[in-house]
Design a binder for this molecule. Structure first.
Ligand code: NAD
Length: 345
């Protein structure tokens, strides 16, 4: 009862991270490929033993409807294409695992959720940290009040991008990626702030920055920073950048101690400790199991109808927060939020 996946988009993350991990999953296999590049289709198809008649071009995507080898589609394309391919996959009767960010806007997310419901197919967003042992332990520790009452959460996700332009690199192209680092690397900070606090923010204030005359940042922001206030009174400060030295930090300061995850959400090599009364280093398991763990969660949902922890509603919630952050930065005002992340007033 292994689930056959069509991989849609043969880019860096698909080829180097996810596809090599399918063998580690309990019952997932790569049964088809979808790409725009005939050479890649041939080369990757041969490497993974995908038959020639299961190698599709993007323009032939609708044909997957007639291919019973494909149960589910894994969308690993630039963000701008997530909604369209997800909706077409549902129309073809397939389940959808979609990379983060779910889409460019909350409106696109809502359309994806509706299409999945109409087709009665599963939709999961590939938020891998929910299946990563360090992050899973951190969520549990925070629920168990391991640092006491949470007061301040700090997240930082940054790297310094080499010389590139919106034409060369989709991540710097607004039409393909949205506003910039927030939707991409910064989304890990958004997610961490939510699952470590266990709360939704009731208000957000934010600021963006774009250096003048830098060819990398003609379309997107270089830095996005925001401050969130939670109903409990806890505060989160999030910063993300494509033009700062490497950071991948999540930190929770409570009344009794501090949880430090640094790096917090990498593919491997994570570090986590609690400082305060009795410092402890925590080593809950191998972070690289997150990829197979994510696939196992999705295939169980398909085969046993188990609930999906990271469904379309979570992706939609996060896009609402992204939109609230940009709205606050644009207006210079604090944005108030309902508990589902919708902006109020
Ligand atoms: P990438 O640039 O390496 O790959 C993108 C793929 O899309 C390429 O094969 C490219 O040819 C194809 N493509 C199709 N149409 C395109 C177009 N018009 N412009 C540009 N490329 C086009 O990017 P990536 O790093 O593999 O990211 C792909 C997706 O995976 C994104 O949604 C990204 O956010 C997500 N991602 C997730 C993680 C994670 O840890 N979960 C990590 C990296 C990337």
């Amino acid at each position: 009862d292994s689930v056959g996946f069509a991989i849609v988009g043969l880019g860096d993350y698909a080829l180097r991270q996810m596809m090599p991990r399918f063998d580690q999953a309990d019952r997932a296999h790569i049964s088809a490929l979808v790409s725009g590049n005939p050479d890649k289709l041939a080369q990757v198809g041969d490497a993974y033993g995908v038959p020639a008649d299961a190698r599709y071009f993007y323009e032939d995507f609708a044909k997957i409807a007639a291919d019973d080898r494909i149960d589910a589609v894994y969308i690993v394309l630039p963000t701008a294409f997530h909604a369209d391919f997800a909706i077409r996959a549902f129309a073809a009767g397939k389940h959808v695992l979609c990379e983060k960010p779910m889409a460019l806007s909350s409106a696109q997310c809502a359309a994806m959720i509706a299409a999945g419901r109409r087709a009665d197919r599963k939709l999961m967003i590939a938020y891998r940290c929910h299946f990563e042992p360090y992050n899973v332990m951190a969520m549990r520790l925070m629920r168990e009040r391991a640092v006491g009452t949470v007061r301040l959460i700090r997240t930082e996700q940054s790297y310094r991008a080499g010389p590139t332009t919106p034409a060369q690199n989709w991540r710097f192209n607004r039409a393909l990626a949205g506003g910039g680092p927030l939707e991409d690397y910064g989304l890990y900070g958004v997610q961490s702030a939510l699952y470590l606090s266990g709360e939704m923010p009731e208000s957000i204030s934010a600021t963006t920055f774009r250096p003048d005359g830098d060819p990398r940042f003609t379309e997107i922001f270089a830095h996005v920073a925001s401050q969130w206030r939670f109903p409990s009174g806890a505060v989160a400060q999030l910063a993300t950048s494509y033009d700062s030295a490497n950071a991948n930090l999540a930190q929770v300061r409570g009344t009794e101690g501090t949880l430090i995850m640094d790096p917090a959400t990498n593919y491997s090599g994570l570090n986590m400790r609690i400082e305060g009364s009795g410092a402890v280093a925590l080593t809950p398991g191998d972070p690289t199991t997150q990829f197979a763990g994510q696939l196992n969660h999705f295939t169980s949902a398909i085969r046993e109808n188990t609930p999906i922890l990271t469904g379309g509603e979570m992706g939609l919630r996060d896009l609402r927060l992204v939109e609230a952050i940009y709205a606050s930065a644009r207006s210079g005002q604090v944005v108030k939020l309902a508990s589902d992340g919708r902006m109020r007033g």
